[in-house]
Design a protein. Structure first.
Length: 132
């Protein structure tokens, strides 16, 4: 309700569009979130907008678009274990298990106690899959 009011008052303000995207993402309205996040990014391509847009693409099942953004963000922050994990999830969904394992290995090298990465890697190692 307040987001709609803010959009009426300042429809061309990138931060309002980002907040609208964030609210719609939290409400699991991913198509609306994408609309607002893309408009916000077009005005001001911040890392916060890019990260949330990537997470939104991940939820929409557009794993290639999501991973493209995660990889771009990793260029500037190669030690971000969350970005590495999210990239691994994209690779898994694109059936590129070899690349997923590489991202997980990097994440675990940085933060060996990262439980989700450990579990994901263990799952890959338990069930032999085609890594090509």
């Amino acid at each position: 309700k307040y987001v709609d009011l803010a959009l009426k008052i300042s429809p061309d303000y990138d931060f309002v569009l980002f907040v609208a995207g964030k609210v719609h993402y939290a409400l699991k309205d991913y198509e609306s979130a994408k609309f607002f996040l893309v408009k916000s990014w077009e005005m001001n391509p911040t890392k916060d907008v890019e990260n949330l847009l990537a997470l939104n693409y991940l939820e929409l099942g557009d794993f290639r678009a999501a991973n493209t953004i995660f990889l771009f963000l990793l260029e500037e922050n190669a030690y971000n274990t969350t970005l590495l994990l999210n990239s691994a999830k994209c690779y898994e969904k694109m059936s590129d298990i070899k690349s997923a394992k590489e991202q997980l290995a990097k994440a675990l090298e940085i933060f060996p106690e990262m439980e989700e990465a450990s579990e994901m890697l263990a799952r890959f190692n338990e069930a032999p899959v085609n890594e090509d």
